[in-house]
Unconditional design. Structure first.
Length: 455
């Protein structure tokens, strides 16, 4: 570890003794003291006490200007008054019934109309949504294989936890990646049914898909991959995938767990294609667990008793439905997203200026309400490019900002910032002020090793 990063860790320890104590206690009862692997970071996780607006307070009551927004789950910002009102009213009437809430049909209609789909089924987590989308695609086509893109994350279920952050030495050729399981416990015979292709390489994707043309059920992709930073698709890539699926009779699944709330009509609208299936989550209910699988052309007609299985006690629970309605009405409006997009452009431009003036080598990528800073020599268009990103410098950037009261983005090189509807121009300017104060240290830090790949 370089001295710059160790110094940042020491300052973090000094400022957060309560988090350190909580970590020591929590580790006794839970692996690494957390309940999602992504929440762990050296030297220990940050434990949070409360949040409001765009500020979050840790267990030591240190305030932070928050641009992570729960990994994009809070397009609303924290404690949005309309969400508080909606949830409070519904909680007084019941949190879960075991039956359908009377307003759920209204939510379903609005989701379908917003995203151009015919029918929808609700669940709770993004993992459930992508899991069910693959099952529906396989049932509809009678085929076995699914194709995903290297580096992309679609939830931690066995079918799609393949080719996620593989090491260069095990990943295989760049134009024909291996189906590398991302966790022990995934059966090799199962991971082999998941094909892996390089993102933004349409020709390589066509070759891999056509080799399984009679047994390919679906291609699944994020419109903007967000577990290797923030990778924008090249022009023609998604229209090409749409044409490839049509050619082969496979389903196109757009995983919009993250992107669905970042654009007025989701990432599908951003890339200009209509998928067969779309998965939604995170900010679709702004802080309340909710996910959805929506489909076109009668694909969900096969779901039902003694047909395609889909069930869950907490599916479409009234708290989630009430939060979704409040989010659609007061958070995910075209006007609010346009304003956040403008602030995002201002932040990205500021990053470029600050880093250029300080001599920090970086690639700034932003679109819609999110963006990322890659500490890399050249553009990042897929996972193999991402392997060139300086992981230690990424963590140094994060901790230098954190120690000055700013969460600049999600933790690590593979995350991004989110501009909520509660962020202001002053918040963006404060973000850039803090960035400017640490930029010289980023410029002077030595280059480091490869990105950590664990999920």
């Amino acid at each position: 570890m370089n001295a710059h990063l160790e110094g940042a860790y020491q300052e973090f320890r000094r400022r957060t003794p309560r988090s350190g104590a909580l970590y020591a206690s929590a580790s006794r009862w839970s692996p690494y003291g957390v309940h999602s692997n992504y929440r762990y970071a050296e030297p220990y996780p940050l434990y949070i006490r409360r949040a409001k607006g765009v500020t979050i307070w840790d267990a030591d009551d240190n305030p932070y200007l928050d641009f992570n927004m729960a990994f994009g789950s809070l397009q609303s910002g924290h404690v949005h008054p309309k969400l508080v009102e909606a949830l409070g009213q519904q909680l007084s009437r019941g949190s879960v019934f075991g039956y359908e809430w009377e307003r759920t049909p209204e939510v379903a209609e609005r989701i379908c109309r917003r995203f151009g789909m015919e029918k929808v089924r609700f669940s709770t987590t993004g993992l459930e949504a992508t899991h069910h989308a693959v099952r529906i695609a396989r049932a509809a086509t009678g085929r076995r294989y699914v194709l995903k893109f290297e580096g992309s994350y679609h939830g931690s279920h066995d079918t799609l936890l393949v080719g996620v952050k593989p090491r260069a030495e095990t990943a295989g050729p760049a134009n024909r990646p291996r189906s590398v399981p991302a966790s022990p416990g995934i059966l090799s015979e199962l991971s082999e049914r998941t094909l892996v292709a390089p993102f933004n390489d349409l020709e390589a994707t066509r070759q891999i898909a056509r080799e399984h043309k009679d047994d390919l059920a679906a291609i699944i992709a994020e419109p903007v991959p967000m577990n290797m930073g923030f990778i924008l698709p090249e022009d023609g890539f998604f229209p090409g995938l749409r044409g490839l699926c049509d050619e082969l009779g496979a389903m196109l699944i757009l995983d919009e767990i993250k992107t669905g709330a970042k654009y007025p009509r989701g990432g599908a609208g951003r890339v200009g294609v209509l998928p067969d299936l779309i998965t939604l989550g995170k900010s679709i209910a702004c802080g309340v667990p909710l996910s959805a699988v929506a489909a076109r052309d009668g694909l969900l007609d096969g779901v039902g008793p003694r047909k395609i299985a889909h069930a869950g006690t907490y599916n479409s629970n009234p708290l989630a439905m009430a939060a979704c309605l409040a989010s659609l009405d007061h958070v995910l409006t075209p006007e609010a997203l346009e304003r956040s997009t403008s602030l995002c452009s201002r932040l990205a431009a500021g990053y470029r200026t600050v880093f250029e003036e300080a001599g920090v080598t970086s690639q700034i990528v932003a679109d819609g309400v999110s963006g990322t800073a890659y500490f890399a020599e050249g553009p990042v268009r897929n996972w193999r490019d991402f392997l060139s990103v300086d992981g230690d410098r990424s963590m140094l950037y994060y901790y230098l900002c954190l120690n000055r009261g700013l969460i600049p983005a999600g933790t690590g090189a593979d995350e991004q910032w989110t501009i909520s509807v509660q962020h202001t121009q002053d918040d963006v300017d404060r973000h850039l002020e803090i960035l400017r104060s640490v930029a010289s240290q980023l410029a002077g830090a030595p280059a480091a090793g490869e990105i950590e790949e664990s999920v």
